[in-house]
Design a protein around this ligand. Sequence first.
Ligand SMILES: Cc1ncc(C[n+]2csc(CCOP(=O)(O)OP(=O)(O)O)c2C)c(N)n1
Ligand SMILES: [Mg+2]
Length: 443
Amino acid sequence: MAAVGGLRRLCTVGLGAVYRNKTSKIYQYRSFRVNGVLQQQSFDSLEEKPQFPGASAEFVDHLEFIQPNVISGIPVYRVMDRQGQIINPSEDPQLSKETVLNFYQKMTLLNTMDRILYESQRQGRISFYMTNYGEEGTHVGSAAALDPNDLVFGQYREAGVLMFRGFPLDLFMAQCYASADDLGKGRQMPVHYGCKDLNFVTISSPLATQIPQAAGAAYAMKRENANRAVICYFGEGAASEGDAHAGFNFSATLECPLIFFCRNNGYAISTPTNEQYRGDGIAARGPGYGMLSIRVDGNDVFAVYNATKEARRRAVAENQPFLIEAMTYRIGHHSTSDDSSAYRSVDEVNYWDKQDHPISRLRHYMTARGWWGEEEERAWRKQSRKRVMEAFEKAEKRQKPHPDLLFSDVYLEMPLRLEKQKEAMWRHLEQYREHYPLDLYEK
Ligand SMILES: Cc1ncc(C[n+]2csc(CCOP(=O)(O)OP(=O)(O)O)c2C)c(N)n1
Ligand SMILES: [Mg+2]
């Protein structure tokens, strides 16, 4: 309770303004927000009260440093226990059978796609891959709570969000295989998806760059009065970047309809959270920025759904950012360039894989209602694998994009230096033709 009280106090910090009335007496009005509602308080400047414009506070006459653990032990909101039972019926989102089956099918389809693309990389068919194992609940729960018009900024481990929005398997495969069907025309590394029609901004690997970009986009939406929100996903490691601070602070001060969604999966490549930060995770930082914040169990798809839905509703209604820290676990290696057995134990990974997995939790929920059984599971696994394999075979056989596309889409009119580089590329390809499988590329 003490922590919650502390949070509330910190959330109400605001700015002061000075006015002079007819009798030339100085009055101060301090503005602050309580649960998003603007309040004003006046006081006489001659009183022994702090009047600094940068903080609302009282004077004290004893020296005391604020303990870093003032905000600690932020609770983890959940709806289901590990056996998929609803803990508090009033928190049950009461989604229809059809909706819940769709959640489950998207989570497992993502899992199947991950397995096949991961294996493809191991076989040398694609250059790189990143799996989403263990984080399926954070993707589907949050994506389902948004409006399709809301704009998504991802980090790179949010393929399930794009899948939930309807990005077809063919296009996932086309991107990873850099085929001629890829929306990015084969110019990005695998998993750097983007889709304008689905309001999903193309992934860029430099960590945290999406955070200030999301703040800017949300500010534009607010100014347009567009009734849209932005959601910005990032890892707990990316939250250590300076860009994260810039994005948090801009969105709070400019009061932007933005949901910051941190996937705290325990690791940033080989850096565990206990080396990544001090303090109580990422949610604890929200009050420092004047942001409403919550920590949720990211392996509970309903908790993620409820938290995102409410944050989305209020972000748009009240024009303010929200911070959601979804606690989860990265079951896979960081990427195909990583071997996580070098820095964590098999037992640790097994715990999350076997005992606290978002997919099995949702399955328990469905089984208890008689919505899903062994037979459905077997049929769905077979069908989803077949769909993924078909898309994979199609992408592998498809030609690569025309080499000229290396040079397009950056400038409206191609600068002379790029023209020259393009000519040099073709001269090189002509001269060393036997070394380049040009027949694999579109003409
Ligand atoms: C600016 C920058 N620094 C370093 C890297 C290398 N790098 C790629 S992913 C990563 C870890 C990120 O961890 P986290 O944000 O927790 O996301 P997760 O991979 O756990 O989903 C690092 C250090 C990078 N891409 N960009
Ligand atoms: Mg991480």
